[in-house]
Design a protein around this ligand. Structure first.
Ligand SMILES: Cc1ncc(C[n+]2csc(CCOP(=O)(O)OP(=O)(O)O)c2C)c(N)n1
Ligand SMILES: [Mg+2]
Length: 545
């Protein structure tokens, strides 16, 4: 009979899980031991902080659509890892967080590091599963997996009482666990066709989860035939080829005002996959909550996301994949005159918007991103955390393919470095570029040790403006002349990187960046370039002063 720990590991392997991201703890030693035997199949990645382990697992979930697996110890490990659970929740990413627990013989005495995870994760996890019986370990692990990928995917916490882990269990669940996939009904598609036939200024709005290359291609065919401009939701830019003539930009923070106006003036919005969350919807004004000014077709796989916040003209519960196929099949072609020029104007606005902006001093991030874009391949993966620095990446970088953007819609700082490391471990053949702020970077910079250990040769661009710039910006607006708590004293980031065996360089002038970037790409080790930017250049085209 296998142990409970081995049964859990075998159940994950049977579902095709290839990596687990961990900080070890004595509370789950039997799981670490079970992994000893299967290292070639399920690779253990040891991290330096549980927030990073959880974020790496979250990025794994985004990249594979399978639950990312993080393993952490009880109490302190679980509390550190909570940020990854939150991001997985907001981003609808499947995640399994395995947490050690005190033995059942000690529970409910506030034993060493004891936490009731059902209470702790009540709002952030989709579910908390406690493996409290050895004979149900396989069943409960499979059940947690099913919950993580079903409906709206999300994080599930699996709690492992210490005494149960070492007991004997029944065999692993080996049959594939699949999620149900809702399909659009024919009458809904017919109604959509009628709405299109009556429209004069339609837009397509893409976001959320459940995309595939085929779904992106199907939506592109539909957009081409119908000549509809395509907008992406915040931090979901890789749901459409940004170089496609129908692509009109992203709606989120710091969006193109012309795009906002265009979508406002649209008379039909077809939203596919996106929840139309606060940031995407410009603070629930576009479409307006609860009743939008325009006709709204809202297609979403999760019934709970339909009608609860914004009231659509037509709600369609469907997976993105099947909705995209139905749209392509519809064969809707628009006749000559209707909305002629509408998509072309939207595209022209977008192209003008991504022209690099100028800066008065320091490195110009607009030109840095333009250079990176022109240099790396279409399959390069970009990761970032939270801060104004990300505005340059989101605005000036064009994503060409699905699966090239790792960006937390939860707005979590410290996400980019671990996400980039996970991406490079999964796809060593692809280039991975992380853009981080000086504040953002030091929330997970210690993971350079993990990158070095696993040969994850990513490239890190650290935007050093000596401040928590985003907060400084809000402060300057709301409390002018009173800077409080937002100035930073930074280390020499390049030297910091070199201390891990990584390549480190500092760039002070935009014109020095291309050579520094070439050296970083050729380094053969993880590479960091610190970019000295002017603190006054607070956002693309905007100055604090
Ligand atoms: C974990 C976490 N802590 C705090 C915040 C609030 N916050 C958002 S942006 C930001 C500043 C980011 O600073 P930096 O990384 O230097 O980027 P900059 O804005 O200067 O470009 C802070 C503190 C957050 N979003 N996430
Ligand atoms: Mg900063």
């Amino acid at each position: 009979m296998p142990s409970v720990a081995r049964t859990i590991v075998d159940t994950l392997i049977a579902q095709g899980i290839t990596h687990a991201f961990a900080v070890p703890g004595e509370s789950y030693l039997p799981v670490l031991d079970a992994l000893y035997d299967v290292d070639a199949t399920l690779k253990l990645v040891t991290c330096r902080h549980e927030a990073a382990a959880a974020n790496m697992a979250e990025a794994y979930g985004k990249l594979t659509s399978k639950p990312g697996v993080a393993l952490v110890t009880r109490g302190p490990g679980a509390t550190h890892a909570a940020i990854g659970v939150h991001t997985a929740r907001q981003d609808s990413t499947p995640l399994l967080l395995f947490v050690g627990q005190v033995g059942t013989d000690m529970l409910q005495r506030e034993a060493f590091q004891e936490i009731d995870y059902r209470l702790m994760f009540a709002q952030v996890a989709k579910r908390v599963v406690v493996v409290d019986r050895a004979d149900r370990a396989a069943e409960l692990t499979a059940s947690a997996y099913a919950t993580a990928i079903s409906g709206r995917p999300g994080p599930v916490v699996v709690v492992l009482p210490e005494d149960v882990l070492a007991q004997e269990a029944t065999a692993a669940v080996t049959e594939p666990i699949v999620a149900a996939e809702p399909s659009p009904d024919a009458s809904a598609i017919a109604t959509l066709a009628n709405l299109l036939a009556e429209a004069e200024r339609p837009v397509l709005w893409l976001g959320g989860y459940g995309w595939s290359d085929e779904a992106v291609a199907n939506v592109a065919h539909f957009a081409e035939d119908a000549r509809i401009p395509v907008v992406t939701a915040w931090r979901r830019k890789d749901r459409f080829d940004n170089a496609h003539p129908k692509y009109a930009g992203e709606l989120g923070l710091g969006s193109n005002p012309k795009l906002v106006e265009r979508v406002k003036s649209a008379d039909l919005v077809v939203a596919i996959g996106t929840r139309l969350g606060e940031v995407t919807s410009q603070g629930y004004t576009l479409p307006a909550v609860p009743t939008p000014a325009q006709k709204l077709v809202h297609v979403h796989p999760d019934g709970d996301a339909l009608g609860a916040v914004v009231r659509p003209t037509l709600a369609v519960q469907s997976s993105v994949r099947l909705a995209a196929a139905a749209l392509a099949e519809l064969g809707f072609t628009v006749d000559g005159e209707r909305w002629a020029g509408w998509a072309e104007e939207a595209r022209a606005d977008y192209e003008a918007w991504i022209e690099p902006t100028r800066v008065d001093a320091g490195v110009n991030m607009a030109e840095v991103i333009a250079h990176v874009d022109a240099t790396v391949g279409a399959d390069a993966i970009f990761a970032n955390g939270a801060g104004n620095f990300a505005a340059w990446l989101h605005r000036f970088h064009q994503h060409r393919r699905l699966g090239t953007q790792l960006a937390p819609t939860s707005g979590a700082m410290g996400y980019g470095v671990p996400a980039g490391i996970a991406a490079k471990i999964l796809h060593p053949e692809r280039e991975v570029v992380v853009v981080a702020g000086d504040g953002d970077f030091l929330m997970s910079g210690q993971e350079l040790a993990t990158a070095a250990r696993y040969g994850a040769n990513l490239i890190l661009l650290v935007v050093d403006n000596g401040q928590y710039g985003t907060i400084r910006m809000h402060q300057a607006r709301d409390f002018p002349g009173r800077q409080s708590g937002t100035a930073l004293t930074n280390p020499d980031f390049a030297a910091f990187a070199r201390s891990f065996g990584a390549h480190g360089a500092t760039v002070e002038r935009t014109e020095d960046f291309p050579a520094a970037f070439a050296a970083a790409r050729a380094a053969g080790v993880p590479a960091l370039i610190a970019l000295r930017t002017d603190p006054d250049e607070i956002a693309p085209g905007r100055r604090l002063s």
